[in-house]
Write a protein that binds this ligand. Structure first.
Ligand code: PAF
Length: 283
């Protein structure tokens, strides 16, 4: 795996590879890699692309300073994992390579409704930061494919919207969420869970499974929502939202609707760790 830290260097390398006719798949990450990330690299390789991963903990997408300061890093282990998965290129830039003129002069992308619900409502400025960094990284790497994980469902929708706004030709490929044995969605933040917290964390998945199962009969989502809320609170979580939404627009729904594709989404705190997850309900 070739590692680049400077924009000029990766750009000239990519230019040569594109000239040689290689299609490029890009996997942006913030490091602290797990099997969810390597599954994206493996999928891109299986699809026959040259794989470029980035590791950059983007300061502009953290609405909570403490979350940024505590964000786990493990660059050496990350490099070993990417190498073992056969990743071709790693872009590992310092902040001043990504934002050489600071962030004030960077374009700001608006995501409308998507930035006002669920994650958008709870993490003001988060998606603007994601939009800013992904636009910059896409401009540097110029990939043909962009591989992202379904675990960050709303982020995938935001980035899809960003691709349209920037006119990027990259096609987004969304990979299913990779889960631990008890169903907990893999996430870099999981490594901050204490042992007792880790033993409880799979309850979010159980809630999603029950929301999905009860959706078969249709009816009032609020009843299931309340059951999940009570269970999570009882086990020591602080739920932020337990939602049912249209899978294409994220319009929030009070009732199951088997005439459209829907998705269940949960965000809940366990101690000072915020966990999110989602599951398609139908469609
Ligand atoms: O999902 C992430 O790790 C980040 O939000 C991303 C897409 C790499 C942008 O910093």
């Amino acid at each position: 795996m070739v590692i680049f830290k400077k924009v000029v260097d990766i750009q000239s390398f990519m230019l040569q590879n594109r000239a040689a006719g290689r299609t490029v798949a890009f996997i942006p990450t913030m490091g602290a890699l797990h099997s969810g990330h390597t599954a994206l690299v493996a999928a891109a390789k299986r699809d026959g692309h040259m794989t470029v991963a980035s590791i950059f903990v983007n300061p502009t997408q953290f609405n909570d300073k403490a979350d940024f300061q505590k964000y786990p890093t493990s660059v050496d282990a990350d490099i070993a994992m990417l190498t073992a998965t056969g990743c071709d290129v790693l872009f590992l830039p310092p902040v001043d390579e990504v934002y050489p003129q600071g962030t004030d002069s960077m374009p700001v992308y608006e995501f409308g409704y998507l930035d006002t619900v669920l994650e958008g409502a709870r993490r003001p400025g988060h998606f603007k930061g994601v939009g800013q960094v992904v636009a910059r990284l896409l401009d540097i790497v110029k990939p043909d494919k962009l591989y992202m994980g379904q675990k960050d469902y709303q982020q995938c929708m935001v980035v899809r919207n960003l691709l349209q706004q920037t006119g990027s030709h990259a096609e987004m490929i969304i990979n299913p969420t990779v889960r631990e044995a008890d169903g907990l969605a893999m996430s870099s933040r999981n490594r901050r869970l204490t042992e007792p917290q880790r033993a409880l964390a799979g309850i979010i998945y159980q809630c999603l499974v029950s929301i999905q199962a009860k959706g078969q009969q249709g009816g009032d989502f609020k009843i299931v929502q309340k059951e999940c809320e009570d269970l999570l609170i009882d086990k020591g979580f602080k739920p932020e939202y337990i939602a049912l939404a249209d899978a294409d627009t994220l319009e929030l729904l009070d009732n199951y609707d088997n005439n459209r594709k829907t998705v269940a989404l949960i965000a809940a705190w366990l101690g000072d760790i915020r966990l999110i997850d989602n599951m398609p309900v139908n469609g």
